[in-house]
Design a protein around this ligand. Structure first.
Ligand code: RB5
Length: 165
């Protein structure tokens, strides 16, 4: 979670979210949950499950938003979550975690300070997704030795943009 609140989806935190056609149905559930939690949602598409679209285009939209804000965070959903993970993790500063269970979501925050949650819309149901999102939003980063590893990761992979620090 960003450092500026202890609430799930800190006050006025904006979560950017996008999906492809295979993730559309689950995205509607997650957007509903985020609204219930009082999180501000920036829905960057796609807009239906019927028209086949290209996941990299929607993944990049969320990547740009996450990197444009201090402590920015986002959620991406495609069929398996794999395509969205692959596109997102090509960008320095993005730590995208594909989570099919709550434990991975928790650890992605505690150890990896994941700033992007990726879900597989064809692999998990709405209830599990809800639990994953809740855990991911509310679990803080442990810091310490894990921060050292993130620093190393950035050294090796290239710096993140000034705007994301
Ligand atoms: C779309 O059919 C599917 O390939 C996409 O949603 C995703 O699973 C790709 O990794």
């Amino acid at each position: 979670m960003s450092s500026n609140s202890s609430k799930p989806g800190p006050k006025k935190e904006v979560i950017a979210i996008a999906c492809d056609h295979a993730g559309y149905q689950l995205k509607t559930e997650v957007v509903k949950q985020l609204h219930e939690l009082g999180v501000q949602v920036e829905d960057l598409g796609c807009s239906n499950a019927h028209e086949s679209v290209h996941y990299p285009e929607f993944g990049k939209k969320v990547v740009d938003k996450v990197l444009s804000r201090p402590h920015g965070r986002g959620i991406l959903i495609c069929g398996t979550g794999l395509g969205m993970s692959i596109i997102a993790n090509r960008f320095p500063g993005i730590r995208a975690a594909l989570c099919h269970d709550v434990s991975t979501a928790v650890m992605s925050r505690r150890h990896n300070d994941a700033n992007l949650l990726v879900l597989g819309g064809r692999l998990i149901g709405p209830q599990l997704a809800r639990e994953i999102v809740q855990a991911w939003l509310t679990t803080p980063f442990d810091g310490g030795r894990h921060q050292d590893r993130l620093d190393l990761l950035e050294q090796l992979a290239g710096p993140r943009p000034e705007t994301n620090r």
